[in-house]
Design a protein around this ligand. Sequence first.
Ligand SMILES: [Zn+2]
Length: 431
Amino acid sequence: MPKPLVMDRTTAFFKKHLETMPPKKRLEYLNQKLRGTIQYAYKNSVAFKKTMDSVGLKPKDIQTTKDLEKIPMTEKADLMELQKKNLPFGGFEGVPLQKLRRIYVSPGPLYEPGEADYDELGWVQGMVAGGFRPGDIVINTYSYHMVPFALQMIDNSLHRIGCVTIPAGTGNTEQQVNILRKFRATGYCGTPSFLLNIAEKAEEMGLDLRKDLNLKVGCVATEMLPESLRSKLEQKFEMVIRQGYGTADIGCLGYECLEKNGMHVPDDKIVEIVDPSTGKQVGPGKAGEIVATTFNKVYPLIRFGTGDLSILTETACPCGRTSPRLVKILGRVDQATKVRGLFIHPGQADEVASKHPQISRVRVVVTRKEHKDEMTFQVELKEEVSQPEKLKSEIEQSIRDVMKLRGGVQFVLKGAIPEGANKIEDQRTWE
Ligand SMILES: [Zn+2]
């Protein structure tokens, strides 16, 4: 059995000179990388050249991250559509097929040109920020088949840190517990829900999670991580769990540091937050769609619309990293809408609900009466309250605080809001 190493897991960096650049220098750095990427992609990616030509743009028109607004966004649906017409990659690849190292197949199906000489930065930066260190023995429980995440993004990143990887893949929980135990593995990569499965299985097997297992750090992704689940797992295993956010197409777009106050944007991507209806950048502190540009020349996706909603903050982080941070993921674009000209999203409904512990479920219903938008919060309560009118006006006040809009509250019976219903239901009809 390997002898456990004692490691310093306090703040550390993977590329300190990049991660701690002063904001002005960061902007110059990103603009320079962007110009190179645009020129390269225009010359080598048929699909990107078409996008630029469609609006009469030349590479010289894109000098800064602000200029990105001029380029039409590419959504996942566009990738699939163009791939059907122009197999296998829809012209998005930046190198000839024969030069690729791998070809990935994601659900859809969507074909992705795999790395030739490109090493993604985001996941490595995220794991180091979250406490992964050389010599860690790490179980990687993501699926290695077909998709790029486990192999290209996670496994490759662990290797670059100097960790020892056990490519465990998905499922077979009991075997995973035995592996963790035998090797005294210190790191976990996978979904939070699978880590919970592992905890439950190990307990069922009569093991002490802290003594018989030796997990110290976890990097979780691809699922929402509720704070309650994070703290439950951190306590059970006595470990530190940090999350990353990204997509299979473009890679990591945000990672948490030890401060746990949002997700730092990695230094090999440009992340914009835009109004989904206009594609224009909304600026820090405002909600919108996450749109990303990568410096990956093998697969140069530029202005890729993720369909996810978030807010970007540029306030200083005590960890010393100067990159902006995604505050959190607020839901999907197709679940957001505009009410009286203001953009509303599912994250706001959750925020209002979180201010009132009496609430068990909410749904925002948007209707239109005499040419005016109306917004009603349907609220299910955990149990009856003694002063419903008082609670109603308190919730209405929270709606004004959070959404900057006036909205009514309607108490509904338990079960009236179906499980898994959209947080925002737009019932407006337009004649
Ligand atoms: Zn930080």
